[in-house]
Design a protein around this ligand. Structure first.
Ligand SMILES: NC(=O)c1ccc[n+]([C@@H]2O[C@H](COP(=O)([O-])OP(=O)(O)OC[C@H]3O[C@@H](n4cnc5c(N)ncnc54)[C@H](O)[C@@H]3O)[C@@H](O)[C@H]2O)c1
Length: 351
């Protein structure tokens, strides 16, 4: 076996600690450096880490005794002997870390959204296209077992013609949850549920059906934030009469359970995922519970991240779940939704 992939994680919040544990359980990965601006996190104290999905036990500190610890991600990129930078800090600073990582000849995995603004996106896309190093974004729903199964089944043609599709994501409020400086409630930092959470379902529309021509979106602002779109309903125009929609928001009270769901109606079957499970309802009356590929790597976080590390290890381009053009398309679709909400009319999406 060749040497393990040496990884440096920037940001030790909900996603950074999730990634840390995934790498720890991956026999070909080794976290050799971490960076965080918070001194408590640098000591491994993660007891106040909070996320809206999963049930990680954060009561015990992480053991950084054999790991280099930095306060500044850029310094870590410069000094640490790493193959891969894993970026898990709030969205506005993704760009600086991505560009620095690629410039230092490292492979880069960055949490979604890829960045905060279209200007940042353009700089990143140019740098990724120029670099020989690998780049993926944590668009984990592309690799999430139920979604991946549905996508493969849809692509196989077994379901027949599409008639309707909806992707939906509802979260309890993130306000006061414990994220760094409550950053999910800041438009400037986060871009609201529209960019931070609904992006996953926008990306599913792109993943399943390709590029829509235009979008009409409706938003509810400032439900839990300063001035962001905290709930959105969008309809995608593919130049035909098939209704394809997505909905998402985090305006709900703290006790509302997290939900990610879809309903895809085709000629021969309806696929449904909701909090009761994932089923295929065939038109002949058979209801099937598909066997999912989730025994060893249970979630899309595990699958997407371990796949990226495996690609570095095997020296194979990581293009199974995504490429930079698709990542860019989904971001542009969200930005067009924001514009549609502002203008109160359909907006053509510029790719
Ligand atoms: N893929 C998913 O399902 C998913 C889920 C949640 C969050 N995310 C994304 O992951 C990223 C991180 O979100 P989170 O929920 O982990 O946030 P968080 O607030 O829980 O953690 C952020 C961490 O980064 C640190 N930090 C802040 N600024 C920093 C800087 N400049 N340099 C170094 N450290 C810094 C904070 O101290 C904190 O420990 C965001 O882009 C978010 O959108 C993805």
């Amino acid at each position: 076996m060749s040497k393990k992939v040496r990884i440096g994680i920037i940001g030790l919040g909900f996603m950074g600690t999730t990634h840390f544990r995934i790498h720890q359980n991956n026999p070909i990965a080794e976290v050799v450096a971490v960076a965080d601006i918070n001194p408590e996190r640098r000591k491994g104290n993660i007891s106040d880490v909070w996320g809206n999905i999963g049930d990680a036990d954060n009561s015990q500190p992480l053991d950084f005794s054999d790991i280099e610890v930095y306060a500044d991600g850029l310094e870590m990129i410069k000094k640490a002997d790493i193959d891969m930078v894993d970026i898990c800090i709030p969205t506005p600073w993704h760009k600086d870390m991505i560009l620095a990582g690629l410039a230092a000849d490292k492979h880069v995995f960055c949490e979604k959204p890829i960045c905060r603004t279209l200007e940042q996106l353009e700089e990143i896309v140019a740098a990724v296209k120029k670099s020989p190093r690998y780049f993926n974004v944590g668009l984990c729903i592309r690799a999430w077992p139920e979604y991946r199964h549905a996508k493969e089944l849809y692509d196989s043609g077994a379901l027949g013609k599409l008639k309707y599709a909806n992707f939906r994501r509802i979260s309890p409020t993130t306000d006061g949850g414990g994220a760094w400086q409550n950053w999910f409630t800041s438009y400037e930092h986060c871009g609201g549920a529209l960019l931070d959470m609904h992006l996953h379902d926008v990306d599913q529309v792109r993943y399943f059906f390709g590029r829509p021509k235009a979008v009409s979106a409706f938003g509810a602002k400032a439900l839990r934030s300063d001035r962001s779109v905290d709930h959105v309903i969008a309809r995608y125009d593919f130049g035909d009469d098939i209704l394809i929609t997505a909905e998402g928001g985090w305006g709900a009270a703290k006790t509302v359970p997290f939900e990610m769901s879809f309903l895809i109606i085709c000629e021969k079957a309806t696929l449904q995922l909701n909090n009761s499970g994932y089923k295929i309802h065939w038109e002949n009356g058979t209801v099937e519970t598909p066997k999912l590929d989730n025994d060893t790597l249970p979630t899309g976080w595990h699958k997407g991240l371990c796949y990226f590390v495996q690609c570095i290890y095997d020296k194979v381009t990581p293009d199974k779940y995504q490429n930079i053009d698709e990542i860019s398309d989904s971001f542009r679709m969200v930005m067009a939704e924001e514009q549609s909400i502002e203008l109160g009319k359909a907006v053509e999406i510029k790719y």
